[in-house]
Design a binder for this molecule. Structure first.
Ligand code: HEM
Length: 188
């Protein structure tokens, strides 16, 4: 996987029989589940089509930040590490959708819930650099999930990752989440 791209990068995630990541578990947190699949295949770029025999195929694109203040961006940039670290043999793909109420709010109202009330970035910063991340947006592509969130970490960071996810799910932001699948992965 390429590190955080400057320009939008279309990424296709396929639940399939092949792919570098073994699907260890897939937990439906809320909403409709996805079909079971043994492995996860990832294709990058507009010229990379989805696998024809995939059980499911989800697409989304990297994008610019919407809610991140300059001070938060520099705090993250000074702490975060890129994707593809050799020791990061565990990953999580967490597709998420939010409710019409969320999308009906103004940008500043969403930001207030996201950070001032829920402290999403402040919580996330506690887990950098152990966890590397990339956010993909699917909503404007007409995809079933608004976001495909991707995280990579070493096996020993899994308890910390679980703790972070539990902290985020307990926030007011998560009351707007209507569909969430927590897919955990491992590679040799
Ligand atoms: C590794 C620590 C994490 C950090 C540093 C972090 C940071 C961020 C930041 C800065 C944004 C806002 C991007 C923007 O300005 O548009 C964001 C958005 C988001 N993050 Fe996280 N995050 C982390 C973990 C997580 C986890 C574990 C999940 C899922 C369980 C998650 C789900 C999301 C979602 C769905 C969005 C999009 C929110 C929206 O636009 O409505 N994040 N994250």
């Amino acid at each position: 996987m390429k590190p955080y791209a400057q320009s939008p990068l279309l990424v296709t995630f396929c639940g399939a029989d092949i792919g570098p990541w073994r699907i260890v578990s897939a937990t439906t947190v809320c909403g409709e589940p996805l079909s079971p699949a043994p492995r996860l295949w990832i294709g990058e770029g507009r010229d990379t089509p989805a696998l024809p025999d995939a059980r499911w195929s989800l697409r989304a694109t990297t994008s610019n930040a919407r809610y991140t203040a300059a001070s938060e961006l520099s705090a993250m940039q000074s702490k975060q590490e890129g994707l593809g670290r050799p020791g990061a043999t565990r990953a999580a793909l967490i597709p998420i959708s939010k409710s019409p109420t969320w999308w009906g709010m103004a940008q500043d109202a969403r930001r207030a819930i996201f950070e001032e009330t829920s402290h999403h970035i402040a919580i996330g910063l506690d887990y950098l650099p152990a966890v590397a991340r990339r956010l993909h947006h699917g909503r404007d592509l007409g995809e079933p999930f608004d976001f495909l969130t991707w995280f990579e970490y070493a096996p020993e960071a899994e308890p910390a990752f679980d703790e972070m996810v539990a902290r985020l799910r307990a926030t007011p932001e998560w009351t707007y989440v209507t569909r969430e699948i927590d897919i955990r992965l491992a590679r040799d």
